[in-house]
Design a protein around this ligand. Structure first.
Ligand SMILES: Cc1cc2nc3c(=O)[nH]c(=O)nc-3n(C[C@H](O)[C@H](O)[C@H](O)COP(=O)(O)O)c2cc1C
Length: 197
């Protein structure tokens, strides 16, 4: 897939097939995550690859699906849980504040490479964090940032026209996602702010 199509077609996937992901793919994902740009090349990240069945089950129970969008409860079905996870940690000795930019770039590398392999992803920030930290036995000098859920998609996700300021994604009758995206023409100016082409 060319890079335009890859980025254009990556959407968050929230229900996954019961199909294993090769550990070698997960290792390549973190390898590419760790090659993201970082301030002064500080590379503050560390990763935990999770493919153990028992641990995955415990993690899934600690995902908070958010109340902002009422459809999210549909995704809490363990039958469609991610096939693997990658936890992203920050080494607080390297950087303990302002690391979100590099973690964002790192996570995007992981999710885009996964998608190039046909593996969908969802970036989880809304989690029972205390519980996750204890499940992973993360030492105090390491910050748990977030978790990426990964798996072969059990649904599609389509971009829809953005209107009435409604940014909430929805689902169709087959539980495929519909994700409104703002029209880039309304967000881009030429040379002077407010000047459209
Ligand atoms: C910083 C960040 C945190 C996110 N946290 C969650 C989360 O906790 N749970 C979730 O289901 N999706 C989460 N997402 C995914 C967004 O909901 C998703 O990217 C958004 O709805 C747009 O959909 P798309 O990725 O398909 O374009 C998060 C995304 C970002 C960038």
């Amino acid at each position: 897939m060319d890079i335009f199509k890859l980025i254009f077609s990556r959407r968050t996937i929230r229900r996954f097939l019961n199909k294993k992901i090769d550990r070698s793919y997960l290792e390549k994902m973190v390898q590419l995550g760790a090659l993201a740009p970082s301030r002064v090349n500080m590379q503050p990240w560390e990763f935990i690859i999770v493919d153990d069945k028992k641990l995955k089950r415990k993690i899934f129970k600690n995902i908070l699906w958010g109340s902002k969008n009422s459809i999210n409860k549909v995704f809490a079905d363990p039958q469609y849980a991610p096939a693997a996870y990658i936890a992203i940690l920050v080494n607080a000795k390297i950087r303990d504040v302002g690391y979100e930019y590099e973690i964002g770039a790192c996570a995007e590398n992981i999710m885009l490479y996964a998608w190039s392999l046909g593996i969908g992803s969802v970036w989880f920030h809304a989690l029972n964090r205390e519980k996750i930290i204890s499940l992973f036995q993360i030492p105090t000098e390491k910050i748990f940032d977030s978790l990426i859920g990964l798996g072969y998609p059990a649904h599609t996700s389509k971009i829809a026209k953005f209107s009435n300021n409604n940014y909430l994604y929805s689902i169709d009758e087959s539980l495929n996602l519909i994700v409104p995206k703002r029209d880039i023409k309304t967000l881009t100016y030429y040379n002077i702010y407010g000047h459209f082409k």
